[in-house]
Ligand binder design. Structure first.
Ligand SMILES: NC(=O)c1ccc[n+]([C@@H]2O[C@H](COP(=O)([O-])OP(=O)(O)OC[C@H]3O[C@@H](n4cnc5c(N)ncnc54)[C@H](O)[C@@H]3O)[C@@H](O)[C@H]2O)c1
Length: 336
């Protein structure tokens, strides 16, 4: 379907479910962006979940979002259970504003929900020539190293910086072997997941997506990944006033209360320490790495975000493909 037409439909659905015009515009925009960057696991496949949570008043359709100024650089957002896209959009915009004034902007967000892809927010800062770190926590999926029960989310870590070219450097990665959305989509479509990414509830390796959802996902790099997931839980949860230590509710399965997810945005002027030489320094850095001898089968050494950018540019020219089950959801939601 044409992306503009699809965006109008998604926006209309959010309006029907009670979000105001601005919040519906922001949320539909991010959902379509996820499809365009080739991350359907964070796009239309989540629309029904967001609507279900709005209907059950677990996402507040009329939030009274408060921004508390802590200093010129630091702000604290209480999102009042707003949809995560809106809460995070306010958070990153405030962090950018603070960084432009003082060189550094730090914004913590609490009482938020699932905000989609971290790169949505990082890209906004990088477009303004800023360097950025984004953190969010997520519902239990990964067992802490040595434990048999999942507690940490797939807690993505995102870093973005300008490269001196049109393509931003955006490292945006879950700390699990694969993101949970991919397992959910595989479970829904009856597909298997790769080996080595999850254990079933008895602790046995599995490629069955449904069993993986009931079991635990494996972190990247063993105890190191578990440590990174823990770090994100502290920065996004303990630090911000959001839920932490396994208390973030699964948005698809747990309707007993709002998620109270936390996000942390740290934005810095890229020229903070090296002035105008930043552009040359980053270009030299990337050039040096790209010139390294390559292993067999690799045509080009890519920096994080490079292939996603290319995919996005290509997808802009094409219609968005919608799987049958998602199209059915869309039709039902549209006739709500
Ligand atoms: N909101 C949430 O709760 C939540 C939780 C988990 C993940 N997510 C989002 O899911 C998205 C997908 O996460 P993921 O872990 O599947 O990402 P991924 O595995 O697709 O990519 C991870 C990173 O590796 C880079 N990369 C990929 N191939 C590369 C190559 N050949 N050379 C160099 N770099 C390369 C990508 O640009 C990206 O920055 C992210 O945007 C993340 O923010 C959100």
């Amino acid at each position: 379907m044409n992306k503009n037409k699809l965006k109008k439909i998604v926006k209309k659905i959010f309006l029907k479910f009670g979000l105001n015009n601005n919040h519906s515009e922001i949320s539909s925009n991010y959902i379509i962006q996820a499809e365009l960057v080739g991350a359907p696991t964070h796009g239309l496949s989540r629309l029904k979940m967001y609507c279900d949570r709005i209907k059950k008043k677990l996402i507040n359709s009329k939030p009274k979002i408060k921004i508390k100024k802590i200093s010129q650089s630091v702000s604290h957002v209480d999102a009042d259970d707003a949809i995560g896209f809106v809460a995070a959009d306010i958070g990153i915009k405030k962090a950018i504003e603070n960084a432009k004034k003082t060189g550094v902007g730090i914004v913590a967000v609490k009482n938020s929900g699932h905000y989609g892809l971290s790169s949505f927010y990082a890209e906004q800062a990088v477009k303004k020539k800023l360097t950025v770190l984004c953190f969010t926590n997520a519902p239990p999926a990964i067992a802490p190293y040595g434990a048999r029960k999942s507690l940490f989310g797939t807690n993505p870590i995102c870093f973005g910086t300008p490269t001196g070219s049109k393509v931003p450097f955006i490292l945006d990665t879950s700390v699990s072997m694969i993101n949970r959305g991919k397992i959910r989509v595989a479970a829904r479509q009856g597909n298997r997941i790769p080996a080595g990414v999850a254990l079933d509830k008895f602790g046995k390796p599995t490629t069955d997506a449904k069993k993986a959802l009931r079991g635990v996902q494996l972190p990247i790099a063993s105890f190191r990944g578990s440590g990174l997931a823990w770090m994100v839980d502290i920065l996004s949860g303990v630090f911000t006033g959001g839920n932490h230590s396994g208390k973030v509710k699964d948005p698809f399965d747990d309707f007993t209360g709002p998620q109270n997810i936390g996000h942390l945005f740290i934005v810095m002027k890229s020229n903070l320490f090296v002035g105008n030489s930043y552009n040359k320094r980053i270009k030299d850095n990337i050039k040096t790495i790209k010139k390294l001898p390559k292993i067999k089968g690799v045509k080009e050494i890519l920096f994080p975000g490079q292939s996603k950018h290319k995919r996005y540019k290509n997808n802009l020219k094409n219609n968005i493909k919608i799987p049958k089950n998602i199209l059915e959801d869309l039709e039902k939601l549209n006739s709500y």
